[in-house]
Design a protein around this ligand. Structure first.
Ligand code: SDX
Length: 434
């Protein structure tokens, strides 16, 4: 990656009467940043930013979010246009390489991914070690980490070609791993990848085909699945991507880094919110119970939060949620699902919340996870698979960001400091004196 930040201003900080100057850097768009890398050397001070609300961890050229406008760009292209006109593999190429592929580049990339979809047969035995009732995310997290035990020929992160092979393997194998986790959890036999199908069609077949019957992929459903993957592909320096980058900054192998990302995504405040949101909608159960849950969400003494609502960056409607809502209606229509009580509750909840002063003042809007559970449920996935699908799609974002970090010559191992408030130095007390 060619570094493009440039100094555009100076920040002055005065400590104990002494004034220090810190450079302010700007990118191509979005907020500028004060470079505090020399702050400790100059002043002996650290910055304090729990949750990194005001901290840039890196320069990046992959994804841009304008939280105020509700704008999301992948390499400059609006998410709405990519969801409408692109495919997940074309978007994957764009995220990794920075430009939309030509026809030849697209064909070559698709062939590479298609020819990496199979897993080492020993992994079948690996899966058999899990309990049948293991959460699919546990199986995916364990299996992705275990890939470093199988693919020794693509672990050298200094070798561009090996990095490419690892990225291709991860993008290609995540659907196979995800489908295998699902089949294993329902006691059905593994369905192998079918290279005559496209990425989304192949995934749906591996999940829902059985050896005893012919399986026809519904093109509308496959298109919706592909769109959902595009919406989840990347999202700048979110918690799981930052986890991948931090793991990668130590030189850990790509499979270990992506497994770390899977683990972080699992949390209900992050990728686990789609599962938590559908469970919440089921718990609400009917439109007339919505006020009770809205009241709980507003009660500072109640830890309950409206799942699928709010975002650290978006202080406007998450553009992905809008596309997801449209996709939900298209899928329900195609499946002939006329009335969906869960969707009715979701839409009524959204309407009430968007007009409630608490949510308006705190700028809490539906995020990508609000509708995804409804459409994934309609597609036939159990709630335990929702975050697995998020991880499947986000793998391309994780590997793109991991690769960008390794190509960035200014990168160093990530090592935050702390504001210590524990015991200061004291002498050991022998047991007899305690
Ligand atoms: C994802 O970072 C990303 O980009 C993530 C993601 C991606 O693509 O990678 O977009 C995917 O993780 C989407 C978010 C999914 N999570 C949820 O839907 C869980 C519910 N949402 C919240 O837990 C919360 O909104 C977060 C975690 C998403 C954001 O938390 P922040 O930025 O730390 O905000 P906060 O917790 O400081 O909340 C600010 C205020 C608080 O009230 P006060 O203390 O100021 O009085 O808003 C309140 C919160 O109590 N609040 C909510 C709320 N979210 C925030 N109140 C009720 N319901 C909510 N959902």
């Amino acid at each position: 990656m060619e570094n493009k930040i440039k100094q555009t201003n100076i920040a002055k900080i005065t400590v104990d009467g002494k004034t220090y100057e810190l450079p302010i850097y700007s990118g191509s768009t979005g907020p500028s940043a004060i470079d505090v890398r020399n702050l400790h050397k100059l002043t002996g001070l650290f910055t304090f930013d729990i949750g990194y609300t005001s901290t840039c961890s890196t320069e990046s050229q992959i994804t841009f979010i304008d939280g105020g406008k509700g704008q999301l760009l992948y390499r400059g292209y609006p998410i709405e246009q990519l969801a409408e006109h692109s495919t997940f593999l074309e978007t994957s190429y764009l995220l990794i390489h920075g430009e939309l592929p030509t026809k030849d580049q697209s064909t070559k990339f698709t062939n590479i991914i298609t020819n990496h979809t199979m897993l080492h047969e020993q992994i079948e035995r690996f899966f058999n070690g899990f309990r049948r009732d293991a959460h699919p995310m546990a199986m995916v997290c364990g299996t992705v980490g275990a890939l470093s035990a199988f693919y020794h020929d693509s672990l050298d992160i200094e070798d561009n070609e090996q990095r490419d092979i690892s990225m291709h393997r991860l993008i290609a194998k995540m659907p196979t791993i995800a489908a295998r986790a699902y089949k294993y959890s329902i006691g059905q036999p593994t369905i192998y990848p079918d290279n005559s199908l496209n990425y989304a069609e192949n995934f749906l077949k591996m999940c829902f085909a059985v050896p005893t019957e012919k399986y026809e992929v519904n093109p509308i459903i496959a298109d919706a699945m592909d769109k959902i993957f595009i919406l989840h592909a990347d999202h700048e320096q979110n918690a799981s991507t930052s986890t991948v980058r931090l793991a990668g900054s130590s030189g850990a192998n790509p499979f270990a880094c992506i497994a770390a990302g899977v683990a972080c995504l699992w949390g209900p405040s992050h990728g686990g919110a789609n599962e938590a949101c559908l469970n919440m909608l089921k718990e609400i159960g009917s439109v007339d119970r919505i006020p009770e849950f809205i009241a709980r969400a507003k009660d500072r003494n109640d830890p309950f939060r409206l799942m699928g609502f709010g975002h650290r960056v978006y202080k406007n409607y998450d553009p992905r949620a809008k596309v997801m809502q449209k996709t939900t209606h298209a899928v329900l229509g195609e499946l002939g699902i006329k009335d969906s009580p869960i969707l009715d509750i979701a839409m009524e909840l959204e309407k009430i919340a968007l007009n409630d002063p608490y949510f308006v003042e705190k700028k809490l809007y539906p995020n990508v996870d609000f509708y995804s559970g409804i459409v994934l449920s309609a597609l036939g996935f159990p709630t335990s698979m929702f975050t697995v699908l998020f991880a499947l799609a986000r793998t391309v974002g994780w590997v793109s960001q991991w690769n960008e970090m390794l190509e960035d010559k200014t990168q160093r191992i990530g090592r935050p400091r702390q504001l210590y408030t524990g015991a200061t130095s004291r002498d050991y007390i022998p047991l007899a004196n305690r």
